[in-house]
Design a binder for this molecule. Sequence first.
Ligand SMILES: *Cc1c(COP(=O)(O)O)cnc(C)c1O
Length: 357
Amino acid sequence: MKKHNFYAGPSILPNDTIKNTAENIIDFAGTGLSLMEVSHRGKEFVAVMDEAQYLFKELLNIPDTHDVLFLGGGASLQFAMIPFNIMKSKAAYVNTGAWANKAVKEAKGFGEVVEVASSKDANYNFFPKDYEIPTDADYLHITTNNTIYGTELHTDLDIDTLLVADMSSDIFSRPVDVSKYAIIYGGAQKNLAPSGIAFVIIRRDILGKVDRFIPTMLDYNTHIKGGSMFNTPPVVPIFAALQTLKWLKAQGGVEAMYKKNIEKASILYNEIDTNPMFKGTVVDKEDRSLMNICWVMNEGYEQYEKEFLDFATEKGMIGIKGHRSVGGYRASTYNALPKESVEALVACMQEFKNLKA
Ligand SMILES: *Cc1c(COP(=O)(O)O)cnc(C)c1O
């Protein structure tokens, strides 16, 4: 039976990424050696790193003011590295969920954190848009897509303060105006590569303005100067990321992805909105994520929660159990997820309704 992979992360990757990475783990670029057992300074791997950074910039139309880095430690290390490198005394954070909270917690170790807006009282079921940023804030931090709660900010903010965004789960899902951001970062394991790297897009001129000592490995300048090769980088995830970037380009880039993602999400949201058994958790349509779609049983059908999960899993829908803090279901519809998988899930929801409602 075909399995449809709706996991939130690590999550579905293009077949090309998995196949090419597997092949090169056996024989890397015709060297007769594994990708895992050759020098990262050899010309074959240097070419991989160069092309990955080049394609990353090309696909997102990244201006020359910014660099692209691949670093260990995941998005979670960036929660600390960002304030370590650019927070002088005060930073503003929008609290849109569990990941945003973790970012706040780290920033508090480096200065004053002003939570300018929060959707916490509504269990994060909307994306706050009305707030004031203190004029003396060193930067504003946002989480553009909230993987757990299924909310997303679909536009690029236009503000005077430096803008820092966690795009772990929506990078490459839509075109982004990178020039509006000082830093865009995220873990690779949602839409790009296996876990093991974070990507960081950073504007060079924001660095070097804090007085504190920054350990070498936590200093962005170390990695900018070293071209993400100051020390041995995670070579397998970087190789895999390059395969995904090539796939993205062949698919028509982020514009084409965006169209496809809108189409997939509309199919599923439409079923959630029209099937009497179900209801979406994010009510305001403009806040609904294109990447992580959350829903629960409608009133009167709560007793079927577990039964539908088992029913769908039986039919090959993998990873649709909602995060424990939201309950219900979550289907992650990342770039690599084909439309057929969304259609199969919708068919399952309709079949279940015909059996029960
Ligand atoms: C998954 C996720 C993270 C955490 O990423 P790690 O690489 O595991 O540290 C952070 N932010 C968001 C929005 C995520 O979805």
